[in-house]
Write a protein that binds this ligand. Structure first.
Ligand SMILES: [Zn+2]
Length: 459
């Protein structure tokens, strides 16, 4: 073959190669673009259960006023007001807020200079559990706005254990006293107040709770100030209480909605300070609180242990543990206010079995280490919940060992290896991957299982 022909051939080959490469690159870019568009469109689209990301929350001012002052639970309810400072990430003429079973009379919006933004329409989607707020004028990217929702109202669900719920506390002179507590993980903050109820949509919270004078109000942070207000400021149809107390709590760290906590009850407390001056407090009904010294001490020791193990200091100076009669889980790691089934905080040297002592101490250790795994560092979406639960389950044993509960750590192998294995066989849990795609509220609620906790911890 002459040299010239070979040269032309090579040029043709080169041209074909360049063309093929160009086609491949274009095809790859098109696929990537399609995936990006699909991913972007998925958030807030009609088929998605995810909120659009055009607007993000920055801080909330939330007041909750539970009315629990009737002997008839059917007369009890809660009301509240919330203002949410938000930032527009993109130009948009609508945004969505989670809200379930709440009466929301109106949603108003103000711009950064205090001017009203016209709200055209508010639509509720019961299945998606959100309100769509359609605006008469667009929000501009980079601008901040305030969403105002005054006097929303919710009913306590009979035998409910999610959102804000009512429990029977105790009877005295044939009068039934109630307490109200919260369980917001995974997707129940939306049952308490309109909010951006996704774990990645973190914000600061300024919480206020309204309570009867003889009651205690607890939330994630310590109380900043308290004031008396007439009862009819919040409870329009009630004769009693004539005067209520509004407790304003300090601003929280930037956190997810699911780690918020609210509790109003006739509780008493015991406290313990550690070597760094941090205060640990157990809150329970008066007859139970004195039996909870052991779990208070476990909490304090576990925190010191995890600080050494993880080399990240504990972020909260005041840690509260509260025990309630009804809870969906054994305990919930709300930041700064861990809520337990009340029996878990109890210990009696003469009557508590070694197994109960171990499982209760493990539960406390598990909730304490969640203050790092989950509260400080949080998964973006619920498909990664194993990062919270598996790590906390694994580290709960180390918290006891390093916290020098030496009579307990020797049970680790027996407990984890045999007891859980036997339970697994007996209950025949449905097997699934540790990391699993979840989208709907039912799927998200269903992922907190043995596989995520125990199998995850053993990986
Ligand atoms: Zn957990």
């Amino acid at each position: 073959m002459p040299f010239e022909s070979v040269g032309a051939c090579r040029k043709a080959l080169l041209l074909v190669t360049v063309l093929v490469a160009a086609v491949l690159i274009a095809a790859s870019l098109a696929i990537l673009l399609a995936l990006m568009l699909r991913s972007a469109a998925d958030n807030g689209s009609e088929s998605s259960y995810r909120l659009p990301t055009d607007v993000k929350p920055v801080s909330y001012a939330l007041t909750l006023a539970p009315f629990i002052y009737s002997s008839n639970p059917g007369d009890c309810y809660f009301t509240g007001s919330v203002s949410i400072a938000v930032e527009a990430v993109n130009d948009t003429d609508m945004f969505k807020l989670h809200s379930v079973r709440l009466e929301v009379p109106t949603v108003r919006l103000r711009n950064s200079t205090g001017g009203d933004v016209i709200v055209d329409k508010i639509e509720e989607n019961v299945e998606k559990q959100w309100l769509t707020i359609k605006l008469g004028e667009p929000l501009r990217a980079g601008e901040t706005y305030t969403v105002l929702i005054d006097r929303f109202k919710g009913k306590f669900v009979k035998n409910g254990k999610t959102g804000l719920y009512l429990s029977s506390s105790y009877s005295e002179n044939s009068t039934e006293y109630y307490l109200v507590s919260s369980q917001l993980e995974p997707i129940h903050a939306r049952e308490v107040f309109p909010c951006f109820d996704e774990p990645a949509m973190k914000a600061e919270f300024n919480v206020s709770l309204v309570r009867g004078r003889e009651f205690t109000a607890l939330s994630n942070m310590p109380i900043k100030s308290s004031s008396s207000v007439p009862g009819n400021t919040w409870f329009s149809n009630s004769v009693e209480p004539k005067v209520v107390i509004k407790d304003d709590f300090e601003t929280t760290p930037t956190m997810s909605t699911y780690t918020l906590a609210f509790l109003v009850a006739k509780f008493e407390s015991i406290s313990h300070s550690d070597s760094k001056g941090r205060v640990f407090t157990n809150w329970l009904s008066p007859e139970l609180v004195k039996k909870s010294n052991f779990t208070l001490s476990v909490a304090a020791k576990a925190i010191e242990a995890f600080e050494k193990l993880l080399n990240v200091s504990y972020k909260t100076n005041i840690t509260k543990q509260a025990g309630v009669p009804l809870l969906n889980f054994e305990a919930m790691e709300n930041w700064g206010l861990i809520i337990y089934q009340q029996n878990i905080l109890m210990y009696n040297e003469n009557t508590t079995t070694t197994l109960s002592k171990l499982t209760n101490a493990l539960t406390v250790s598990h909730e304490i280490v969640h203050q790092w795994f989950g509260n400080l560092v949080t998964m973006k979406w619920w498909n990664e919940i194993w990062l919270n639960e598996a790590f906390s389950t694994f580290y709960s044993y180390l918290g006891l060992e390093w916290g020098s509960e030496s009579d307990l750590d020797s049970h680790f192998v027996m407990f984890q290896k045999y007891l859980f294995d036997m339970n697994f066989e007996r209950k025949r849990y449905k097997v699934h991957p540790i990391q699993m795609d979840v989208s709907t509220p039912t799927e998200i609620d269903g992922i907190f299982d043995y596989i995520v906790y125990q199998k995850g911890a053993s990986e």
